[in-house]
Structures are given as C-alpha cells and as structure tokens.
Design a protein around this ligand. Sequence first.
Ligand code: SF4
Length: 459
Amino acid sequence: MKIHTSHAKAAEEFVKDEERTHWHDETLWHVREKRDLAAHKLPEWEILRDNASRIKDYVLSHLDELLIQFEKKALANGVEVLWARDGKEHNEHVLRILQENNIQHIVKSKSILTEECGLNHFLEDKGYDVVDTDLGERIIQFVKQPPSHIVMPAIHLKKQDIGNIFHQHIGTKEGADDPKYLAEAARNHLRDKFIKADAAITGVNFGIAETGGFVVCTNEGNADMGTHLADIHIACMGIEKLIPRAADLGVFLRLLARSATGQSITTYSSHFHRPMPGRKMYIILVDNKRTEQLGREDFRNSLKCIRCGACMNTCPIYRRSGGYSYQSTVPGPIGSILSPGLDLNKHSSLPFASTLCGSCTNVCPVKINIHEQLYKWRQVIAKQGPPDRTKKMAMKIAGATLSKPSLYDFFGSMARKALMVTPDSLVYSSLNVWGKQRDLPDPPKESFKAWYKKNRLKK
Ligand code: SF4
C-alpha cells in the first residue's frame, strides 16, 4: 500500500513561515467576520438556511428524476447534454468538442470541478493553451500552482508576491504591488485573451431542473465576457449542483455571497438557457464518485455543499495550515469529508485535521453537520483505513495504564522525575512529534491525587 504524506506533515512547509501563517489566519478570519455581519443583517437568516437545507435534501433524494428532467429541458433548449462517469470521461468530452469545432483558443472561468478532473493539465498535454480568467486563478496559473481555497484561489499569496509574479509574466513595473495597478494590468492582459477565444469553459453554481437553465456566479464578470465573445460555451457541472425550481434560486443566491465573502449578492449571477443563434452550448454532467457518496448514509449530505468556502474561513486548522496541506482540490472541513470518499488511503489523515469545534457546522449555509461527519470518518478510518501502528501501540499502552491506578501512579511519578532532569534537546527531539509546536509545562512536584489527599481529604 502506498504511503501518503499526512496533513500534519504537509502543513510543516506552510507553518515554517510564522509571519505568513499569522497573516493567513487573520486574513481569513476577517472574511469570516464579514460573513457574520452580512448574516446578522438578515433577520430571516436561519429560515433561509433551513430552507436551503431542505431543498437540497429533496434534491439528494430525487436526484435521478431531477437529472432526467434537467436533461430533457436543456435538450429542448438546444443545449447538447453529455454525461461523464469520472474526470477522464469529462476531459475526453471536452477534447472531442474542441476538436469537432476546430478550437484553438480557450478561456476558462473558475470551476472547482475542472480542477477536480485535472482538465487544464489534460488539455495542455494535448497542445491546448487554456487561459484561466478569474484573477486569482490566473495568478496561480502563472506559477503553476493549484488553488489553495475554493473561492479565493490565491489567498495564500500576498500582494508583493503577486507584484513579482505579474512583473515576470505580464511585464508590470518591478516592485509594484498597488492592487489597483495590478488589477488594471491583469484586465489589459486578459482582454486580449477574451477577444481571441473561440471557446469558453465555465463551471455551474446551480442547474435548474424545471427550466434546464443554469447559473454561474462570478465577481469579475469573466464568465460573461468569455461566453459572450466565444462561439462555443462548455459548462461543466457536478450532478449535485441541481436545484428543483427557478424560484429556489432566491434562497441560494442570498446565502451564497453572504457566506462566501460577506457581500449581499455576487456581482454577476449570470443565467444561461440556450445558445445564441449560430453558436453552440454544451453541458457536461459529471458524477466522479458523487453517487458513491450519495450511497454512504452518514456522508451523503456532504453533497449539499454549495462551495461557499465559509467552513474554510472559520476553521482554525485551515487558517493556520493553508489549503495545500490538504493535498486535495477541495480543502478545509468539507474537503476532509469529500476527499476520503474519493481515495480513502490517500486522504485518511484529513478527518483528523480538525478540532471538532463545530464552527464549520455553525456557519454552513446548507446546514451540513460537518464536524459530526468528520468524527464518523475517523471511526471508519480506524476500522478500514491504513494502519497507524505507532498510534495503535500508544493507545494500547495508554489504555493499559489508565485502567490500572497503581500503574498510572507509578508511570506518573517516573515521568515527573524524568522530565525534571531530561535536557530539552531530548524532550523535544525529532521523535516527539507532539512537541514540535508545543511546550510542556514545568512538571509538578507531586501528582494531583497526592496534592488532593494532603490538602483536601484531611480537613
Ligand atoms: S460545506 Fe457548507 S460552509 Fe463549507 S463550502 Fe460547503 S456550503 Fe460552504
């Protein structure tokens, strides 16, 4: 069995830079605070969350019917609908569309699904140049990095980093890091790509079964720019992104932006129904193990996720360990539920990357019981996951010691004496993983039991 890098090990790289770790923590907490302000302004916030949760419950229990309804309506609208079992099939559909339509230039707006399917690498290997048009995505595309957050893909980079990247790739002034100047330079750089593009790829935030239409939300208008200028629009949609009726959109659009960034509404919520005359529109419906997750009773409602990122912004582990430590397309608390379903062996450390404080569950706009599902994955992993021999041995010794008071007293007294004389270089050696980030308190002279007997029982 292949040994994979654990979350804790992968986080070492990020936490090495203390200053950046604090900055990342504070930046995301600021987004969480903005979300709180926006949510508290709506007296009906909890009703909206309840409604969203119930609508998504309905979707998950009627997914088969709703997908067929969506397909029928979309076909009637003149959209070509394709189904993909997994990422490979999805990528092959995209390639076939590009080849059939003699496409040379492609622009793409933010789509976590295409990241999940590895579309950019696949197309680049076939000789295509795919230009990501979301500003954050374009920044990380220049340095060949994946997104570190599902809403703010370059949140791990400071404006100085971005200034350097733009200087190298689009020729901005050396050392310039004024966000307005950099955004203007990016706009000019991307405009040329939009004008040349003959195909635009987008994700889908909500597919509407009732109408066969779909909605794409962006703050930069890049999805609209791409799809209005190019002749071909390819929309890539996870099968769980459905909602039953157009009227349900009001619930989700009000929750999405407030939860994601604290805005009242996303700047552009663009509705697509049919191709413009003389143009083509495709929708690829992707499963990629979503139906397997649907079949796992304890984890199925993780598919309600609308990818707002709020659980990441509030998570004390995500904020302090960065998105890359999760080694998965969707990081943070919800990613730690979804990723083990994709590859249990590779992602078995993720459900343990949580304090189980429940903050993620509290902010989730669709009321997913995230921390409870993380706890459930731990139980599954203890039974079916890769064996962690060190932890199992430690638990056995701890279990034996804690079940015998005399043994507990003996080891406690030995440990106190040993800690008083052991040099720090030994206590905090590489064998003590726990001590890497923490200091032990000074050992007390006596145990609590002894202190209690002396100070309380004699009275
Ligand atoms: S699990 Fe909830 S909070 Fe996290 S990204 Fe999904 S919808 Fe947002």
